[in-house]
Design a protein around this ligand. Structure first.
Ligand code: HEC
Ligand code: HEC
Ligand code: HEC
Ligand code: HEC
Ligand code: HEC
Length: 114
């Protein structure tokens, strides 16, 4: 694919402003939903979460609050990959914060065989 300078600014100039009022669908005009493989040990199907109807902002907190460039460099832009974050929705399947095993936890949902 060949891009001209003005094609670059279509996306990059917009990042001077915040993404307040931008729908998840509109986020995907610049971003791709499929991140590919993010870890050898853990399955994280980013695109399935989006297809399930979760708003980007549920996980990418503060995206409406700051100019996008600033947001992109903020601590909350990309969630820290691990139990603490996943447990906000999958709490009954991950190890509890004290390391104890919840009854009937489905570790294999995320942890691929190894
Ligand atoms: C369709 C929208 C789009 C177009 C067109 C586009 N970019 Fe980007 N660019 C992005 C997105 C989205 C990211 C952030 C990628 C990520 O981290 O997910 C990015 C990231 C970058 C980065 C890294 C920024 C950083 O701070 O890490 C550079 C450099 C860049 N683009 C340059 C360019 C240039 C040069 C062009 C024109 C040839 C261009 N882009 C065209 C959307 C676009
Ligand atoms: C007009 C194009 C555009 C739209 C719309 C857009 N983004 Fe971005 N986004 C970018 C670019 C370009 C960057 C890279 C900025 C930089 O590094 O300077 C970026 C960076 C990010 C990052 C940081 C990525 C990383 O690798 O650290 C996240 C997360 C993100 N955007 C989420 C979103 C969400 C959520 C929405 C919708 C609410 C959205 N974006 C809408 C262009 C866009
Ligand atoms: C269920 C939570 C969740 C939802 C919903 C979600 N994301 Fe993410 N996203 C993540 C996690 C976790 C990562 C970091 C994965 C990793 O560590 O590589 C991520 C990474 C990203 C990145 C950085 C990609 C990179 O290569 O570094 C961008 C951009 C992004 N998401 C955009 C979006 C957009 C746009 C939406 C909505 C259309 C969205 N996300 C919805 C959890 C989510
Ligand atoms: C904001 C809530 C939320 C967060 C946070 C979240 N998930 Fe999910 N996850 C869901 C929902 C909802 C589904 C059901 C999607 C479907 O299958 O329709 C799901 C489904 C899944 C699935 C099964 C997908 C399939 O193929 O059926 C995996 C694996 C998964 N999540 C991994 C993770 C991991 C790893 C994390 C942390 C990095 C995470 N999730 C964080 C809400 C979340
Ligand atoms: C919702 C997805 C998900 C489920 C379910 C899950 N994990 Fe994890 N687990 C992760 C993620 C994400 C990481 C961080 C991996 C990385 O950093 O690459 C992780 C990391 C780990 C680690 C490495 C140490 C650490 O805490 O970072 C161990 C051990 C672990 N998980 C055990 C378990 C066990 C045992 C279960 C079942 C009770 C379980 N996990 C269920 C997503 C999950």
């Amino acid at each position: 694919m060949k891009l001209t300078a003005s094609d670059c600014t279509t996306c990059h100039e917009r990042t001077k402003r915040s993404m307040a009022g931008v729908t998840s669908e509109q986020c995907l005009t610049c971003h791709t939903a499929d991140l590919g493989t993010v870890s050898d040990q853990v399955t994280f199907p980013h695109e399935k979460h989006i297809a399930a109807g979760l708003d980007c902002e549920m996980c990418h907190q503060g995206v409406a609050d700051k100019p996008h460039r600033e947001f992109a460099r903020s601590a909350t832009a990309v969630p820290k990959f691990g139990h603490e974050f996943c447990s906000t929705c999958h709490g009954s399947d991950v190890l509890a914060a004290d390391g104890s095993m919840p009854d009937g936890a489905n570790c294999a949902m995320c942890h691929t065989s190894s």
